[in-house]
Design a protein around this ligand. Structure first.
Ligand code: V47
Ligand code: SF4
Length: 380
């Protein structure tokens, strides 16, 4: 077994004891997590992460059929890493948009008859689009497509909505849930540590508020995802602190579905002077996430962001989910410099990507019920 061979090839006692912990399904500590970032080579991390991935999921690799709607790219906040920062854009810019309710409904209707299972709604934090607007919007979407799972709004958008409507987090979420919202995406988390947040996104909700919002969502019965933004000014201790806080909340609520590392991209933002990290750092980030987050069932690579080739590699570094077919109106990544300018993959292409590295493609719904096994599907 690869993990036994790994033990034979290393002498470092801390790394050896981490192998034993992983084998025995024991949790690693934060100190050990930092030690991995600073001392473990990528093949060691890959072997351990892949061992955990295959113990949990075998070869199964999940994807879903979804599309994105981004109501606006106007934002009241100034995140230094984001092309939508209020310092870079205002509503009169030629490329600013704010979709009306009718336009969003039209976008939903355009998918009528297509076997899409999820719509992901997320965007800039617009000063005028509030709780009432989004409650009505979700109700209308569900009237047209009762079958569609609505995954919507980062904790940052929700925090702003709740404050403006002068309601508590749970009340805000209950209103949206009653309107038909199914879950929360994981955005807005960035890095929870205050000293990093002060440098990269000082004026939006704090790390503590992000966690509080997700706890409230789990309390009202809405599952959620969690993200981390890596590869900028943070250090290993901040990455581990971030994941540790998530691990603690997951122990308490069990409400997280997936963890999604997001690589910082340096196009069109106020941190463009920072060089993007290499693919080796990507592999390390995902592998350590898989090793550290022992109570998260799924580690997801968001392929429009990280690219198709790295996504294939990551399927051997802890990742078991690659998100959706993503017929995408999201510009947040294309503006930040990612290669995928209009990220769409058909389910055939998703299947080919997964089969290309000898994994088993499984279509899932938004809460990870298996819908279809594509193993036997002949590729065109
Ligand atoms: O919070 C913005 C990120 C996030 C940049 O839950 C950037 O299934 C890198 O969270 N470089 C929003 N990242 C998107 C998000 C998401 C995406 C896909 C799936 C799910 C899910 C959630 O986008 C923001 C921020 O961290 N972001 N600008 C940038 N330059
Ligand atoms: Fe606004 Fe979100 Fe971009 Fe921050 S990351 S500027 S909150 S859209």
């Amino acid at each position: 077994m690869a993990i036994e061979l790994l033990k034979e090839s290393i002498t470092d006692t801390t790394l050896l004891s981490i192998v034993d912990k992983v084998k025995n399904e024991e949790r690693i500590t934060s100190e050990e997590g930092i030690y991995l970032y600073e001392n473990a080579e990528v093949s060691y991390l890959g072997t351990l992460a892949n061992f955990i991935r295959e113990r949990r999921h075998g070869n199964k690799t999940y994807f879903n059929k979804n599309f994105h709607i981004e109501p606006t790219n106007i934002c009241v906040f100034d995140c230094k890493f984001c092309a939508y920062s209020k310092f870079l854009r205002n509503k009169d810019d030629f490329d600013a948009w704010e979709l009306s309710e009718e336009e969003i409904i039209e976008a939903i209707k355009a998918y009528e008859g297509k076997d899409i299972t999820e719509v992901h709604i997320v965007g800039g934090v617009h000063p005028k689009m509030g709780l009432e607007y989004f409650k009505n919007l979700i109700s209308k979407i569900k009237e047209i497509r009762p079958d569609l799972h609505v995954k919507a709004f980062t904790a940052v958008e929700l925090d702003y909505m709740a404050r403006k409507a002068k309601v508590g987090y749970e009340e805000c979420l209950q209103i949206l849930k009653d309107a038909g919202q199914g879950s929360l995406p994981g955005g807005g988390a960035e890095i929870f540590d205050k000293s990093v947040r002060d440098q990269i996104c000082k004026d939006k909700c704090t790390g503590e508020e992000w966690l509080e919002m997700h706890e409230a969502a789990h309390n009202v019965g809405m599952p959620s995802n969690a993200t981390i933004l890596y590869g900028h000014v943070e250090e290993p201790k901040h990455l581990i602190d971030h994941m540790n806080r998530l691990r603690e909340l997951q122990d308490k609520t069990g409400g997280f579905n997936a963890f999604i590392p997001l690589k910082f991209r340096n196009g069109n933002n106020q941190m463009s002077h920072i060089e993007e990290v290499s693919v080796v750092e990507d592999l390390k980030m995902y592998a350590i996430a898989r090793i550290f987050l022992d109570n998260f069932n799924h580690i997801k690579a968001y392929w429009p962001m990280i690219g198709r080739k790295t996504t294939q590699l990551l399927l051997s570094f802890g990742v078991n989910d690659i998100d959706g077919t993503v017929d995408d109106s999201t510009k947040i990544y294309s503006m930040a410099g990612v290669e995928e300018q209009k990220p769409v993959m058909t389910s055939d292409q998703m299947v080919a990507l997964i089969k290309g590295v000898n994994r088993q493609p499984i279509e899932r719904d938004s809460v990870y019920n298996e819908l279809k096994d594509y193993s036997e599907m002949e590729l065109a």
